[in-house]
Design a binder for this molecule. Structure first.
Ligand SMILES: O=P(O)(O)OC[C@H]1O[C@](O)(CO)[C@@H](O)[C@@H]1O
Length: 523
């Protein structure tokens, strides 16, 4: 096995970081910028049209050196090789973790259990391509001869959040098909979607890796009943397709075998949007755009695999995350995309990150006595500024923030975009610099507020020194979105390696499921 199971707190680097933390913890970002006019350049990593600006983090070159030593001591390099080459790094489930193979554009073979999986992937992608084209072009007809107008993705967790987020994020690139997502077992949720649909023109995709998930099967059964109120059994083949590894259960449900899109055990649900699970994406924006999403992810994979650690965006982001979590005791991270298109990005990342790294047993089976996975939350800017940003600016908690912005808007309204991005830059600056007593004093004085100065002064001070990373991207496209998602996927992997946990199982969701079944059967 190429993965070493090292307790990070026992490394030399960790000891160094503990001492170093005491030395630097109170240094203000303003001081760091004042003392180094080249700080922004020094801590910026460029990748394609992305600029990852880490300079507003509470780090020095020394901090990064120690963190890079930590990455080396836990043998990250070998772990990355194991991840990409298809070793069974999901040891508790004895599975490879190969979402990267789904977007692999190299001619190389990737072998799992003596099989070159690249062949099956290509075949599945071709099937997605021709199916999407025939539905989009109107060649695919419903049972009464009409073309499809609406597509409903029935799935939950990774079989919902990824596709839903991408379809929402790329709706600028969408065609005429209306795409809906039904996830919750809440029957009202199902009815609210169904009430506007015509069974003659609707296509349902049942997405379930296991085909055993209670929510998805219950919803799919209800929907099939609704469909059969106006159609016949033989019509199911024209309106229901499935994405699953479980061909038997999908066929038993009544899906025609040619309508089952294969999924594989080596793709984790929360990393599956690149697979056939992304069928709703391919239907929404066309296969070519879906393919560009894959290319964007692949290019980030190549950057991650081949770039030296100190210039490697996902690695630096992961290490800085560890620095805040384990030394500053930060408990949460906020995601702030400055585009309304990415409104579902934070909920998507919540599953990807928290289901992966919310673990308290290490890879040796021992209980952990250090912090692991963070709480992820967030919303779009500027809305967030008028909602929760007060707490970031003046609250008591240290909350590292990821600001995600785009240089160009999609419709090209310069005036709006200038204002939007002015806010993006202003927020990162305000968080980093704050506002001193003297500055507040001067402001109040200029405003002629002399009488109230003493009373108001403490409330108007901003301590600053609040860390953020700015991810500035040229334009929101399928390709850049692919790279952005892959960036976070690799961040999850690296942090899992450092924390010495298994990031790719999710036993923590089982207990509640079992109890719910028992409670349901009793009542
Ligand atoms: O695709 P499936 O098998 O229906 O699973 C759905 C989701 O359920 C989970 O197993 C957790 O409950 C997720 O990891 C997964 O994405």
């Amino acid at each position: 096995m190429s993965m070493k199971n090292i307790n990070p707190t026992k490394t030399n680097a960790w000891k160094q970081l503990t001492t170093h933390y005491k030395e630097v913890k109170d240094i203000h970002l303003k001081t760091l910028f004042r003392d180094d006019s080249n700080r922004k350049n020094k801590f910026t990593i460029n990748f394609n049209s992305f600029e990852f600006d880490f300079s507003k983090n509470r780090i020095t070159e020394k901090t990064l050196n120690h963190l890079l030593n930590l990455a080396n001591e836990v043998d990250l390099k070998n772990a990355i090789n194991a991840y990409f080459s298809g070793e069974k790094i999901n040891q508790t489930e004895k599975r490879a973790v190969l979402h990267t193979a789904l977007r692999n554009q190299l001619d190389s073979e990737i072998i799992v259990d003596d099989k070159n999986i690249m062949l099956e992937i290509k075949e599945a992608l071709n099937k997605m391509d021709s199916f999407s084209s025939s539905v989009i072009s109107g060649q695919w007809k419903g049972y009464s001869g009409k073309t499809i107008t609406d597509v409903v993705n029935i799935g939950i967790g990774g079989s919902d959040l990824g596709p839903d987020m991408v379809v929402e994020s790329l709706k600028y690139y969408k065609n005429h098909l209306n795409i809906h997502f039904i996830s919750n077992i809440d029957g009202d949720h199902v009815q609210e979607v169904l009430k506007n649909l015509n069974p003659e023109t609707t296509l349902f995709i049942i997405v379930s890796k296991t085909f055993t998930t209670q929510e998805t099967l219950t919803n799919a059964t209800t929907i099939k009943k609704w469909f059969l109120q106006s159609a016949n059994k033989k019509d199911v083949a024209k309106h229901f397709v499935a994405v699953s590894t479980n061909l038997t259960m999908a066929s038993e449900f009544g899906i025609a075998s040619e309508n089952i899109f294969p999924m594989w055990s080596w793709v984790g649900g929360r990393f599956s949007l690149w697979s056939t699970v992304g069928l709703s994406i391919s239907l929404a924006i066309g296969f070519k755009n879906f393919h560009n999403l894959l290319i964007g992810a692949f290019e980030m994979d190549e950057h991650f695999k081949n770039t030296p650690f100190e210039k490697n965006a996902p690695i630096i982001a992961s290490l800085i995350g560890v620095w805040y979590t384990n030394f500053f005791n930060a408990e949460t991270e906020v995601i702030l995309p400055y585009t309304q298109y990415l409104t579902k990005f934070a909920p998507y990342l919540q599953q990807a990150i928290m289901e992966s790294n919310g673990k308290s047993v290490d890879r040796n089976g021992e209980n952990i006595n250090y912090q692991t996975g963070n709480i992820i939350w967030g919303s779009t800017g500027t809305n967030a500024q008028h909602a929760f940003m007060q707490l970031l600016h003046q609250g008591t908690k240290l909350i590292p923030a990821d600001f995600i912005g785009f240089k160009q808007s999609l419709y090209g309204d310069e005036e709006h975009h200038k204002k939007l991005m002015a806010n993006f830059f202003a927020q990162t600056q305000a968080l980093a610099e704050g506002k001193t007593k003297q500055e507040v004093h001067l402001d109040l004085k200029t405003q002629g507020n002399i009488d109230d100065i003493n009373q108001l002064l403490p409330f108007k001070v901003f301590k600053g020194n609040k860390p953020s990373t700015s991810i500035l991207i040229e334009k929101l496209t399928p390709k850049t979105l692919g790279s952005l998602i892959a960036f976070y996927e690799h961040k999850i992997f690296v942090q899992g390696i450092i924390w010495n946990i298994f990031s790719y199982d999710q036993f923590g969701v089982e207990l509640g499921k079992e109890l719910a079944q028992k409670i349901y059967e009793k009542n």
